[in-house]
Design a protein around this ligand. Structure first.
Ligand code: XMP
Length: 192
């Protein structure tokens, strides 16, 4: 690596990352597999309704769905449970004025990570309560831990240890969503 590239890296968000957990190329290969499964499982749906949870699912959703050649309809849902830190607040807040109309639809619910399980549980319940026929869940990451809510994702790209991660849509304090990989932050970056 030349000197100027090293200088650029040092001046970028990459220097805040202690270790890369899942590299960009590994994510891309795995998305091919998940997309093929989604395609096969929903091939008979006339128009599959996708609901993605903002903002964490943005990058994963965009990369995954461009690999699925079905007639998808995409809606986003603004939900918060972290409020800026590295621990779930334990409460799931729906931040939208208006929720998508999912009556009678089969919904593919996409999120970045399954952690305590509260978000997927609360959003799935809400979609079913709003009349969705069926809700299938899809996440980039599943944390290996005992969950507060008893949910498992129907599609999960990677299982990771119970540690706080950023990148590929996941943030710390609103930043690092645009990292092309999933990584662990240098502890010095995390505000005490
Ligand atoms: P729950 O606990 O409801 O978590 O399953 C889902 C939401 O919490 C956020 N989350 C994280 N965000 N790094 C993040 O940047 C993490 O390690 C992490 N764990 C949970 C995320 O927004 C997810 O949608």
């Amino acid at each position: 690596m030349d000197f100027f590239r090293l200088l650029l890296l040092a001046a970028s968000m990459h220097e805040d990352i202690e270790k890369v957990l899942i590299a960009e190329e590994v994510i891309e290969k795995r998305l091919d597999v998940i997309a093929e499964r989604v395609h096969a499982d929903f091939a008979s749906e006339e128009a599959l309704q996708v609901v993605a949870i903002l903002k964490g699912a943005l990058v994963f959703m965009a990369d995954l769905l461009r690999r699925v050649p079905l007639r998808l309809e995409i809606e986003c849902l603004n939900v918060a449970s972290y409020h800026g830190g590295t621990e779930s607040s334990g409460q799931v807040d729906f931040l939208d004025q208006k929720l998508p109309d999912v009556k009678g639809r089969c919904v593919l619910l996409i999120d970045d990570i399954l952690d305590t399980g509260r978000t997927l549980e609360a959003v799935s319940a809400k979609l079913l309560q709003m009349g969705a026929r069926e809700v299938k869940t899809c996440v980039l990451l599943t944390k290996d831990k005992v969950r507060a809510a008893e949910v498992e994702a129907d599609y999960s790209a990677f299982e990771i240890a119970d540690e706080f991660v950023v990148g590929y849509g996941l943030d710390y304090d609103g930043k690092y969503r645009n990292l092309p990989y999933v990584g662990v932050l240098n502890p010095a970056v995390i505000k005490s």
